[in-house]
Structure formats: C-alpha cells, structure tokens
Design a protein around this ligand. Structure first.
Ligand code: NAD
Length: 495
C-alpha cells in the first residue's frame, strides 16, 4: 500500500498565507512572528502560521466581547441550530479535515477520519442538544417570615462571558470542538489558541462555523506559542479559561487565571493512569486490553494507561505475548491506510521519549520490547514495553504520553490498590476481571476521575470526564460542563 492522494483543497489550504480568524474572517497578524508547522511523518514544513502579537490579542478579545453581546442574546434553539449545522459541515468536509489533521499530527488517517471528524461531530451534536435544556431551579426560601411577608426565589444559569480555550496537540480537532461546543451552547463566545504544532484544522473549522451561521466574533482562533495563551488569560476583558494540556502548564495557567481577577479556570491535565489485570483474565484479553489502553494513537491520549499492574503469576506470559503482538504491527506513514502504528506528533516529544528510555536503562528498568527512537526522517518511536525494577522507577511515575507501557507485578489486592493510588495524579484507571463482584468492590477504592471496567480510553459525551488530584479541576461532557461555563445567579422576591 502507499499514501493516499491529498485532495486539491488540502494542498490549496496548506499554501495559504495563514493569519488568525477574528471577527468572522481570516485576519492577517499585526506584527507577530511566523511559526513553521511540520509533518511529523517526514519532518517537512507544510505551512507557516502567525505567532500572535499583543495587538492581535487585543483585537481578538474585542471581537469576542462583541460576539458575546450578540450570541448570548441569541435564542437557545437558534444557537443549537448553528451547532447542528456545523456538525453537518464537519462531516461534509471530513476528508479535507482528516488529511489536514494527519499532516499536522501524524495521526493515522483512519483515526483522523473516525475520531477527529466523525466523533467530533457526534460530540458537537450532543452539546448542541444542551442549548435548549439549560435551566435554573425554583426554591422556597427556608427562613420564617418576620411580619407576614412572603418570599420566593429562583436561580438562573447565565453564560460566563468571553472564554479562552487552550488546546494541546494530541487531539487538536476534537478537543477544540469540545471547547467551542461547551462555550457556544451555553451562550459564551470563545477565543481558541490551538497548539503551535497543530493549528491548521481549527483555522478551517472557524470558516465552517461562519458558513454554519455563527455570528462574527462568537468564535475566534488566535495562533501562536504558549505566551499567546498567557496573554489571553491575563487580558482584562476575558472571563474564563478552559485549558487542556500538561500538568506543569496547567498549574501555570491556573496561577495566571487566579492572579488575573480570579478568572474562572477549568483544567484538563495529564496523569499517570493505572491499569490493573486480576489473575482471572486470559492472556488474550490482557494483551488486547494493554494495546487498547496504552498504544492507541501511540499512547498520546491523556486517559491512556501508562502503569500496568499484572499478578506475579501471569507477568511473564503477558509480557511475552504482548511483545509478540507489538512486533507484528505495521509501522509507517500515517497517510497509508494499511499502517497500524505511526510517528509521534513532534520532534520535542520524540526527544523527550528518547530521554525517558535512557533514564529507564540507567535506573535498571528492563526494556522488554522496543525502547528506540528513529534517527531517520520522521518522529518515529518504537512501541515499548518496560518492566520496572521498583514502584519508584521514573517510568512508573512520570507521564510519557507516548507508546510506552511500564509494568510492575503485584502479589495481592491490598498491594494492588496501594500501587494504583500511590500517585499525585488521578485522571483515569481501569480494572480488568471476569469477577464483577470483585470489580464492584474495587471501584470505590480507586482514585480516578474516570474508572473503566474491562475497557479503557473510550470517552462518551454523555459521561462526565475530568481529573481528580493533580489531573485537573472541572469536568467536560454530560451536564457537568454547564456549571463551568455559566455563572449561577440567585434571585429572591419579597411580596
Ligand atoms: P502543553 O501543556 O505543553 O500545551 C498545551 C497548550 O498550552 C498549547 O496550546 C500551548 O501552546 C499552551 N501553553 C503553553 N504554555 C502556556 C502558558 N504559559 N499559558 C497558556 N498556555 C500555554 O501540552 P501538550 O504537550 O500540547 O499536550 C500534551 C499534554 O496534554 C499531556 O500532558 C496530556 O496528558 C495532556 N492532555 C490532557 C487531556 C485531558 O482532557 N485531561 C487531553 C489531552 C491532553
């Protein structure tokens, strides 16, 4: 097999002189620098984007304020209709968006089509449905009347205002859709700063949003490096930041937000997610589960499993069967539909993984499979299996965010629970067993924002998602996101 042919519209889009998307149109940058966007499959530069200047930030915020004034007064049903239309346009432009996504991130083309576009459209429709269902409560005040007067009270959920959305590079399209959908369905306007590594699909989606009927200023896209996100958070006329990214950046974002007039902050961060196999699980199920948890999209999924605990009686056969399966994967170009395993998303990430492999070797962890990064063109990293020497090994404690599964055997359930919970993070975890009663007893004991049983990684828009401990603040999806994008106003009436 070979690479699919790029659509003419994809080549034309790449060749554009990219600016920002402000006030419902592509807008040239006012004096900022340029950033090269590279294809991680071959290191070639595919486009240049603007690195926003202070004046660009001011212009985008002014536009978003105007957009908020219009959009927050738009009837909920009309807001929903625009988002439903945008979902349709995502699907109609599926191949163009999927090709752009694969070119900028190295994601397998099938995954770009199925997740970044089709799943994103599904999530968008889910959010759109909420526009017409956001309600407050009526309340009977509790204190007795002083002199026969009566009281009534109710609450309103009001859109929070101008939201800053900051997006990472791993699911650049889908996570941007989550952010714009949460903001727009609740009546907020939003400025999104995509990752400097993966800004292209969102610039195109902003055009589709205007085509769907979104008023100018309700969605702005400002490209650039991290300091652009910081400038947006610290701008006096933004009201909230919704951030997805790493823990250290998330802490900096939270501090900047609190320092800037208590700007509201939702932080969806990383972790070091635990996966536990009880001894009753077959080796086949375990191997499929490890691949599902740890190797989809080369492990570059915030919820991916990174710490794998297998009963000591099963560890050797599990590692042997896993190594055999990983050895059969077809590694290659993500634009080739037969490829099963592509590059990681960028050079700094590949370099970080090389350093983690060196640390693992230096600490005496055993590399059972892989453990090399390629020196040739492209950011390729071998799918890697590591057997830790102890619970304190770096690879069992630091997020790799790559195709790396690190294992530690356990002897009994008390030890397993201790190992799973001995982490400052708590984004996700999974338990694999045929004994449902045992799983039900373990569920309340495991510290994680999302806990899966006999599955891992699958997110559903109806099920809230977010981290506990150092993995974040706030929740996306379900109805939980509404609390984060609205303010609660209480109204009391005396009569
Ligand atoms: P990152 O933290 O390096 O960058 C994320 C975004 O923040 C980028 O757009 C970046 O330009 C911007 N940024 C950098 N410094 C900033 C600053 N000081 N102020 C404001 N913005 C700033 O993360 P990444 O490397 O792009 O993504 C990988 C990380 O994201 C992993 O740790 C992963 O676990 C996490 N992640 C979490 C979730 C989740 O939902 N919990 C989802 C996906 C990824």
């Amino acid at each position: 097999m070979s690479d699919i042919a790029l659509l003419p519209c994809v080549n034309a889009f790449l060749a554009r002189d990219h600016g920002h998307y402000i006030d419902g149109r592509t807008t040239p940058s006012q004096g900022g620098g340029r950033i090269a966007v590279r294809n991680p499959a071959n290191d070639q530069t595919i486009a240049h984007i603007a690195d926003a200047s202070e004046r660009d930030v001011d212009q985008a915020v002014a536009s978003a304020r105007q957009g908020f004034n219009t959009w927050s007064r738009t009837a909920p049903a009309a807001r929903a209709a625009v988002l439903f239309k945008l979902a349709e346009l995502l699907e109609a432009n599926r191949e163009e968006l999927a090709q752009l996504e694969t070119l900028q991130s190295g994601k397998l083309i099938g995954m770009s089509r199925a997740f970044e576009v089709e799943q994103a459209a599904h999530f968008l429709r889910y959010y759109a449905g909420w526009a017409t269902k956001i309600t407050g409560q009526t309340i009977t005040p509790s204190l007795p009347s002083f002199a026969g007067e009566r009281y009534s009270a109710y609450t309103l959920r009001e859109p929070i205002g101008v939201v800053v959305g900051i997006v990472p590079w791993n699911f650049a399209t889908m996570i941007a859709i989550w952010k714009l959908a949460s903001a727009l369905t609740t009546g907020c306007s939003i400025i999104i700063k995509p990752s400097e590594f993966t800004p292209l699909t969102l610039l195109r989606i902003a055009e589709l949003a205007s085509e769907a009927g979104l008023p100018a200023g309700a969605l702005n896209v400002l490209t650039g490096a991290g300091q652009v996100g910081k400038a947006l958070i610290e701008h006096p006329d933004t009201d909230k930041v919704s951030f997805t990214g790493s823990v250290p950046t998330g802490i900096a974002v939270g501090q900047a937000a609190m320092g800037a007039r208590l700007t509201r902050a939702t932080l969806e961060l990383g972790g070091k997610n635990a996966v536990a196999f009880l001894p009753d699980v077959s080796i086949d199920t375990a191997v499929n589960g490890i691949i599902e948890a740890g190797f989809l999209h080369s492990g570059q999924i915030c919820a991916a499993g990174e710490r794998f605990y297998v009963h000591r009686s099963r560890i050797d056969e599990t590692l042997a069967a896993l190594s055999q399966r990983l050895g059969q994967l077809k590694i290659g170009s993500p634009l080739d539909e037969s490829t099963q395993f592509g590059p990681v998303a960028n050079k700094p990430h590949q370099q970080k993984l090389a350093e983690l492999f060196a640390t693992a070797r230096a600490e005496g962890s055993q590399i059972i499979h892989g453990g090399q990064v390629s020196s040739g063109p492209g950011c390729f990293v071998e799918p890697t299996v590591i057997l830790a020497s102890s619970a304190s090994d770096t690879l069992l404690n630091q997020e790799t965010f790559g195709p790396v599964a690190t294992f530690l055997p356990y002897d009994n359930e008390d030890e397993l629970l201790h190992l799973m919970n001995a982490s400052p993070y708590g984004l996700s975890a999974s338990v694999w067993t045929n004994d449902l009663g045992k799983a039900m007893r373990l569920i309340p004991e495991i510290q994680a924002g999302t806990l899966w049983v006999n599955m891992h990684t699958l997110l559903d828009p109806a099920v809230p998602f977010g981290g506990i401990k150092a993995s974040g603040v706030g929740r996306e999806f379900g109805s939980a996101f509404i609390d984060d994008f609205t303010e609660l106003k209480s109204v009391m009436i005396r009569y």
